[in-house]
Design a protein around this ligand. Structure first.
Ligand SMILES: *Cc1c(COP(=O)(O)O)cnc(C)c1O
Length: 399
């Protein structure tokens, strides 16, 4: 790495600068934009050189399941934004969560997991970890007494997302981090909804952050990817798992994500600004029963979100007056928003959680989670907010 690059990075403390500059290491070609290293393996100058690199006696790339310069640039940049000692990139968000569990848990361990996590995460914990002798207790995200009461002598990990999907419930990361420390277990936070532009869980006491890069880190719905971040001690275990088991990120995807990071803060601010405006507008709309967005003063998580996050994010949900029929009519009445369960895209998405993202839950479980038949989730994109309001009004006019 040249002196100029070193100094750029060492002198920078602001997220906006790190998002554009961190992790760059130029090749002898002098390229300005980051190159994509689409290569599975690497060559050596001599047999002795190969032997020393394989033995770990000298630095160097061997094989892209182990290391790849483009992936490494993405890892270093994301680590700088999250304030993490090290980041490890993975093939998807789910492989980030799986790799964390495989690397840091063992048979006989116990995990306490929030009930309000991504549906596939619930399946991973409930179905696959159980198969390998890891026991899981699911708790309500906001019930601190239940978190405390669920901890056992063999509890090794607490796992959660905040704010939650789709009701935007906000967990107190400081309290949960104290609970984890008192009981000698790891606090793992899925920071997909906020991204480091809005929230840095490691600074609030979490041990590990996981990401689905597929969402806001990409920001334009192009690539699958994920990441795990934390201290070098834990990331060494993650690296060993990835090298052995292989759910690594492709160099091309790493390049897309790393360019995505350059505009992350600007995008998150824009998503958050439009979501807040739409949430306020929905609260005044006669067709709407209730709005769930932690940026509204009427929301139970408002104070906590204001202290823990820089802004409130792009995802909100609301109940229309009526039931499933009215919710479906409203969704079908929109013309601009994409009817899809994805989020974190420049394109706004709209979905009916009760029959899609949360469709596998039993009726009772779904109601206990607050997912009513009249609930609609909107992941606000980057279109003009006036057009988005007009589109939702088109939906309400169809009721
Ligand atoms: C999408 C998502 C995941 C899973 O990520 P993939 O990249 O789809 O594997 C995990 N957590 C949250 C909060 C998500 O939204």
């Amino acid at each position: 790495m040249s002196r100029e690059l070193d100094e750029n990075i060492l002198a920078a403390t602001q997220l906006d600068t790190l998002a554009v500059r961190a992790g760059i290491s130029r090749t002898a070609e002098g390229e300005h934009s980051e190159p994509i290293f689409m290569t599975s393996s690497y060559v050596f100058d001599s047999a002795a050189d190969a032997a020393a690199t394989f033995a770990g006696e000298q630095e160097g790339n061997v094989y892209s399941r182990y290391t790849n310069p483009t992936v490494r640039t993405f890892e270093q940049r994301l680590a700088a934004l999250e304030g993490a000692e090290q980041a490890v990139a993975t093939a998807s968000g789910m492989s980030a969560i799986l790799s964390t569990c495989m690397a840091l848990l063992k048979a006989g361990d116990h995990v306490v997991c929030s009930r309000n996590v991504f549906g596939t995460t619930t399946n991973l914990f409930g179905k696959y970890l159980a198969k390998f002798g890891v026991e899981v207790s699911f708790v309500s995200l906001l019930d601190m007494e239940l978190w405390r009461a669920s901890i056992k002598p063999n509890t090794a990990m607490l796992f959660l997302e905040t704010p939650s999907n789709p009701l935007c419930e906000v967990a107190d990361l400081g309290l949960l981090s104290n609970l984890a420390k008192e009981n000698g277990c790891l606090l793992v936070v899925d920071n997909c909804f906020c991204t480091p532009a809005l929230q840095t869980p490691l600074a609030l006491g979490a041990d590990i952050v996981v990401h689905s890069a597929t969402k806001y880190l990409d920001g334009q719905g192009r690539c699958m990817g994920g990441a795990v971040l934390g201290s070098a001690q834990y990331m060494t275990e993650l690296v060993t798992f990835l090298r052995t088991c292989g759910p690594t990120m492709s160099a091309f995807n790493a390049w897309v994500f790393l360019k995505g990071l350059e505009t992350l803060r600007l995008r998150m601010d824009a998503h958050s600004k439009s979501a807040l405006e739409i949430a306020n507008w929905l609260e005044q709309n006669p067709a709407v029963e209730k709005v769930f967005y932690c940026g509204l003063e009427s929301h139970a998580g408002y104070e906590l979100a204001s202290s823990q996050q820089k802004a409130f994010g792009g995802v909100l949900s609301f109940q229309v007056k009526g039931g499933r029929e009215q919710a479906w009519r409203c969704i079908d009445g929109t013309r601009i928003m994409s009817l899809t369960a994805n989020l974190g895209d420049a394109k706004t998405t709209i979905v009916h959680p009760a029959t899609t993202t949360h469709g596998r839950l039993g009726d009772e479980e779904r109601l206990a989670a607050g997912i009513s038949e009249s609930l609609i989730r909107v992941a606000v994109g980057l279109e003009h907010v006036d057009d988005l309001k007009a589109d939702l009004q088109r939906g309400f006019d169809a009721l």
